[in-house]
Write a protein that binds this ligand. Structure first.
Ligand SMILES: *Cc1c(COP(=O)(O)O)cnc(C)c1O
Length: 439
């Protein structure tokens, strides 16, 4: 391996993120115009660093692809719910797709109006439905008849008509890299099975406090082209046809999210042109306003998790690189066996094959196994790439670890958009001494 230099634009890890807003300058990795060592010096590690320019670029790429059909892009808040990221997307013209009352509050706090909000999810509570109606959301996506009846009851009590959409499960097979990110197949908990849609539409017709404004679907995540939609869209269009024929005032066709991003060397970027061609054609056929719910696509490549090497360790014939970030900060490798590119922030000569592991007491706490890496030493900085989506939002306090600082870079400026948690944050909800009560 000798002089193998990983910080070389030809190396695979960086090709994965070639247009991510992160690039080496004079041997130092920068986020746009800001060097990552400067961010580590200012705020410590581990740190999430997001590139505003990358989010803008992805949003424009997607909205340009749909420019000639009426459409709204509703960012899936669960991918990255930081208020500053939400504000950035709102300023670009995005709406949001939310899956909880907490996400609704985040969206409203970030300045979105009710009409910018689509509310998805299989288990909405009465309180969440009340909050959604109070906020005047654009659509509540219905995922079961039982939920429909609760929405009707809540709307009746408030003497309003709830705008709803039916989430159809088109029951198509989707190739995703992990079974946990499939949602549009037969036997999943999501959506109304396509054969049951007609019956549900009849139920809706009889309910005075709900109005069917849309039909939608969400096939899962990491969809790289239009292929799964080629199968699923005709099924959605058929359901839309049935709904219109029975007089429902349908305005929206929601194709969900799921556009892929490249994580591993050899992964290809989503074919947005192919995807848009197929979806636009379907939208035109219906004449409806198209709703898109991308999460990962808009933010994944905009983020890295910046971490310091704590130790090198050699045990049982293996090399380990121990980082100060762990699975509490980024759980995707442990949860989905996900791949994240790992690169050294400063140029390092030589390469090793090692496991990159966190400090947490779990054997699942690793970022990579048998990965070819630069020959880093304690004190060197690494980045885990493609960490802008489902990364901080899934962070936990396991092992009583404060969640990392989040930093937004825009051009040559950077700002903390989420402070590192403190010990006080960790124990704030806990009580001692106890205030015992009896029932
Ligand atoms: C999670 C989710 C999305 C976003 O999925 P991505 O793969 O991040 O694009 C969109 N719609 C719904 C209903 C979701 O649950």
């Amino acid at each position: 391996m000798g002089t193998f230099v990983l910080n070389d634009m030809e190396s695979s890890a960086e090709n994965v993120q070639h247009d991510s807003g992160f690039a080496w300058r004079n041997g130092v990795l920068h986020a746009e115009g800001v060097s990552l060592p400067a961010i580590a010096a200012a705020y410590g590690t581990p740190a999430y660093v997001y590139s505003a320019g990358t989010v803008r670029e992805r949003f424009r790429r997607l909205s340009d692809a749909f420019a000639d059909v009426p459409h709204h892009i509703h960012f899936a808040v669960k991918a990255n719910s930081n208020l500053s990221v939400l504000t950035l997307l709102r300023e670009l013209g995005a709406g949001v797709d939310i899956v909880s009352g907490g996400e609704l509050q985040r969206a409203l706090t970030a300045g979105f109006s009710g009409d910018d909000v689509v509310f998805s999810g299989v288990g909405k509570t009465v309180g969440e439905i009340e909050a959604a109606l109070e906020a005047g959301v654009r659509l509540i996506n219905v995922e079961s008849e039982a939920e429909l009846l609760v929405i009707e009851a809540v709307a009746a009590r408030r003497q309003v008509v709830a705008p709803i959409a039916v989430r159809v499960n088109p029951e198509v097979t989707v190739e995703t890299p992990h079974a946990y990110i499939k949602t549009g197949e037969k036997g999943q908990k999501f959506g109304i099975p396509r054969d049951d849609v007609s019956r549900l539409l009849d139920v809706i017709s009889d309910l005075p406090h709900v109005e069917l404004r849309g039909l939608g679907m969400h096939l899962g995540s990491q969809i790289g082209n239009a292929d799964p939609l080629r199968d699923a869209l005709p099924r959605l269009l058929a359901a839309i046809e049935v709904a219109r024929a029975s007089g429902h005032p349908v305005q929206f066709m929601d194709v969900g999210g799921g556009l892929s991003v490249p994580y591993e060397p050899g992964d290809v970027a989503a074919d947005i042109a192919d995807y848009a061609t197929v979806v636009r054609a379907a939208a035109r056929e219906t004449g409806l306003t198209l709703l898109l719910e991308p999460g990962r696509y808009l933010v994944a490549e905009s983020g890295v998790l910046l971490t310091e090497v704590l130790y090198r360790k050699h045990a049982a014939g293996k090399d380990f690189v121990v980082t100060d970030a762990g699975m509490s900060d980024l759980i995707r490798p442990a949860l989905y066996q996900a791949y994240h590119g790992i690169a050294a922030v400063r140029e390092v000569q030589g390469a090793i094959t090692a496991d990159v592991v966190g400090p947490i007491c779990e054997s699942g706490d690793f970022f990579a196994k048998n990965r070819v890496l630069p020959d880093v030493s304690a004190g060197d900085l690494l980045v885990l790439q493609t960490a802008g989506a489902y990364a901080f939002t899934m962070a936990s306090n396991y092992n009583s670890r404060p969640r990392p600082v989040e930093v937004l870079v825009d051009g040559d400026r950077f700002a903390v958009v989420g402070a590192r948690e403190t010990f006080d944050d960790l124990v704030r909800r806990e009580r001692t001494p106890l205030e015992w009560r009896t029932a």
